[in-house]
Design a protein. Structure first.
Ligand code: VGL
Ligand code: ZN
Length: 197
């Protein structure tokens, strides 16, 4: 069984959004077109409380894209984005959300960011997606979405490390590319055994 895992195709990651990824909206039609070719379709939704610790606005004297040390490691500070219930957190209006078997939200714990669909950024606290995949007999996952160098990357590496066959469709992903993050992400994914298509 092969799942399509659609990462964070939300307004805030599309042009005009709070953390816009260049070309983020260009991938929506292609993702919709893929949905019928998979045994399962899972969407993720970045879903932060308004005072989330990944927001620069909650740290005195910090600006978006500064780095800080968190108990679980280095953390980029982001503009406020994907606040629970906001228009920015909603899926792109053209994404075929009706086709989704499961929508998994992440980043709801104020103290810790969660790039991966499988674990929070401590690499320990599970989201439950692994169990969902295993109980549905899914052994293979194709990842698409936003952003290639953050949430797609972390999700793909975790999928591969958990033993799922993991593929990333570059043509259906777009990157933030912050201080070499895209190069680093490509190395991490390749090193974990993720296949690019
Ligand atoms: C993401 C930064 C912060 C992503 C989410 O979806 O890649 N990036 N939150
Ligand atoms: Zn986020």
């Amino acid at each position: 069984m092969h799942a399509l895992l659609v990462i964070d195709v939300q307004n805030d990651f599309c042009p005009g959004g709070a953390l816009a990824v260049t070309g983020g909206d260009e991938i929506v039609a292609g993702i919709n077109a893929q949905m019928g070719h998979f045994d399962a379709v899972v969407l993720t939704q970045d879903w932060h409380p308004g005072d989330h610790s990944s927001f620069a606005s909650v740290h005195d004297g910090k600006e978006p894209y500064d780095m800080i040390d968190m108990p679980y490691g280095a953390q980029v500070l982001w503009p406020d984005h994907c606040v629970q219930g906001s228009e920015g957190a909603a899926f792109h209006r053209l994404l075929h959300t009706d086709r989704a078997d499961l929508i998994i939200r992440k980043g709801y714990n104020p103290a810790i960011d969660s790039y991966s669909a499988f674990f929070e950024n401590d690499h320990e606290t599970p989201t439950g997606l692994e169990g969902y995949f295993r109980t549905r007999g899914i052994s293979e996952v194709t990842l698409v979405g936003l952003a290639l160098d953050f949430c797609v990357n972390f999700s793909a590496v975790d999928a591969a490390q958990l033993g799922f066959k993991a593929h990333v469709r570059r043509d259906l992903s777009r990157a933030i590319d912050l201080n070499g993050s895209l190069d680093e992400a490509e190395k991490a994914m390749t090193g974990a055994g993720v296949k690019f298509e």
